[in-house]
Design a protein around this ligand. Structure first.
Ligand code: FAD
Length: 522
């Protein structure tokens, strides 16, 4: 009998406490009867590692950790739970880079997808098909490894995240956004086919033509409908040898956003070749250094920009990139100048670097390693990501950047803000976005210290309150809600379909319980 109950209550109080005592012990006892080649661990170290994530804000201890050696073993585990008189929840853990416990499973089983990585369980896990223009990658694979493998063939996926140490299954469960999304859509718009283990333990291959309902459910589906074990991803000739990477500084927010919106519509509206990548960020005196996007500037430029940020309170940085190779090299200066000449950044505040394509895509890594070495990476990350319709972005600037953040901006971490095109999102997918042709991805990617991060959470709440009161029709990205009404509002007209699909593909609500959308009655 299917019973799906909606969760109520607050995140930190509910995690790990909604199961009857002894449930974890019962689960680990049951698992002993499961015959498979994979490892099931219940040692404290394995459980501890699977109990938290990059955010370091949530904690939930699983009963066991499965290190699968094949997708068949993942299917066997899920099927076992589904058929059991005492079912347990199952969460795929990609790289554990969620920030609010989305890949945790209190008293359930965490599937550490990493054990499949690089063919750990035998067989090739990243396979390039040059002729048909795709790469098959295991759901557990890191995007950096997909890039390195495809580059051996002179090919590469076309849509990225800023950071490549994330898994294919993890980003496809959300969307996968970056400065290429305006052109190609998010990563979920660049997938041809998936292999999925559903919540009943079936392995299903799906695509736009074959089992389309499951295919679109899983894309942006927050892990609710199945565990992705393989994705067929579009690739194209690796665009270039070199990337002209530029940053332009603005004091005026209106100029900053209207330039972004022009740049992302050049091809469609003006039939003109534009940049291959467009992003933006907010620079406050406190977040220019010690942040994983800071490796771009020379030391003297950092000082000049800091001075400007101190003078204005905050300045804005438009970041763009154009790919080129030896054949187009002679005209690159002209092409870029043509694009820059009508932009309204502060004269003299134009910076450029020429880097390899690989360096550009993997640009965050350098910053990450620097933060690691200073002990600033493994710290709490109360991140907030929201998608704001372009018609409200000036109000957002006024209310958030110029008011709420101005009052207390001593945090570290980047604040991203870049425009993207809704037309590149297939509305059949589970992912939800604002109902406007252009919307902004805003990421407040700030970190605190182990003892002091709660004020950032308070600020996040204040920001969301401001957006609600101003009726901004925004959507959270990597959403986090703790009650049914908020999830219904989040999914809007897609909610009924989301629930229907849940009933169809995971009727006992076993999968990804850490998203806190559904809780099963067991
Ligand atoms: P996890 O955190 O392990 O899992 C995320 C969710 O997906 C969980 O619910 C989990 O159960 C489920 N899941 C994991 N694997 C699978 C699978 N194979 N099948 C089905 N469900 C699965 N996002 C962007 O879009 N753009 C960015 O530029 C970007 N930059 C980032 C930079 C950093 C430093 C960090 C930490 C995160 C960034 N993110 C970005 C967010 C990232 O996309 C999410 O954290 C995402 O969840 C991927 O992380 P992961 O692979 O570790 O997945």
């Amino acid at each position: 009998v299917v019973v799906v109950v909606f969760l109520v209550g607050s995140l930190l109080s509910i995690v790990g406490q909604h199961k009857a005592p002894g449930h974890a012990a019962a689960v680990s006892l049951q698992l002993q009867s499961l015959q498979m080649n994979s490892t099931i661990s219940v040692d404290p170290e394995s459980l501890d590692r699977a109990s938290t994530d990059f955010g370091m804000l949530a904690r939930a201890v699983p009963a066991a950790v499965l290190r699968p050696s094949s997708d068949r073993d993942i299917a066997a585990l899920v099927e076992f739970s589904y058929s059991s008189a005492r079912p347990f929840s199952v969460a795929a853990r990609g790289h554990g880079h969620s920030v609010r416990g989305q890949a945790l499973a209190a008293d359930g089983v965490v599937v550490e997808m990493a054990s499949l990585r690089g063919g750990g369980g035998g067989g090739e896990r990243i396979r390039v098909c040059r002729e048909l223009g795709y790469v098959d990658a295991g759901g557990e694979e890191l995007w950096i490894d997909v890039l390195e493998e495809t580059m051996k063939h002179g090919l590469a996926p076309r849509s990225w995240t800023d950071y490549l140490y994330l898994t294919v299954g993890g980003t496809l469960s959300n969307a996968g956004l970056s400065g290429q999304s305006f052109l190609y859509g998010p990563q979920i718009s660049n997938v041809y086919q998936l292999d999925v283990v559903t919540g009943t333990g079936q392995i299903v291959t799906c695509s736009e033509k074959q089992e389309p309902d499951l295919f679109f459910a899983v894309l942006g589906g927050l892990g609710q409908f199945g565990i992705i074990t393989r994705a067929r991803i579009a690739i194209e000739p690796a665009p270039a040898m070199v990337v002209r990477w530029i940053r332009l500084i603005y004091a005026d927010f209106r100029a900053f956003t209207s330039d972004q919106e022009r740049l992302i519509s050049l091809e469609e509206k003006e039939k003109m070749k534009g940049f291959n990548y467009v992003e933006g960020s907010v620079i406050m005196a406190s977040n220019l250094t010690y942040n994983w996007r800071s490796s771009f500037y020379a030391q003297e430029d950092t000082s000049r920009i800091s001075g400007l940020a101190a003078q204005y309170g905050a300045v804005y940085c438009l970041e763009a990139a154009m790919y080129y190779d030896y054949s187009t090299a002679p005209s690159i200066n002209q092409e870029v100048e043509l694009l820059l000449k009508d932009l309204n950044f502060i004269p003299g505040f134009q910076f450029k670097n020429d880097v390899t394509y690989m360096h550009f895509l993997n640009r965050v890594r350098e910053g990450e390693l620097k933060l690691h070495s200073r002990g600033l990476w493994d710290v709490p990350h109360p991140w907030l990501n929201i998608l704001v319709p372009s018609s409200r972005i000036l109000d957002f600037d006024q209310g958030v950047f110029k008011t709420i953040l101005k009052q207390n901006n001593n945090s570290v971490g980047p604040i991203l803000i870049y425009a993207t095109n809704r037309s590149k999102w297939d509305q059949r997918m589970s992912a939800v976005v604002p109902d406007e042709q252009v919307f902004y991805s805003v990421g407040l990617l700030r970190s605190g210290t182990v003892d002091d991060w709660k004020y950032l959470e308070e600020q996040n709440k204040e920001i969301l309150r401001f957006c609600d009161e101003a009726a901004m029709s925004y959507k959270q990205y990597l959403p986090h809600y703790t009650n049914k009404a908020d999830w219904m509002k989040h999914f809007g007209h897609k909610w009924d379909l989301f629930v229907e699909r849940k009933m169809r593909y995971d009727p006992k609500a076993l999968l990804s319980p850490g998203q806190r959308i559904f809780v099963s009655s067991f």
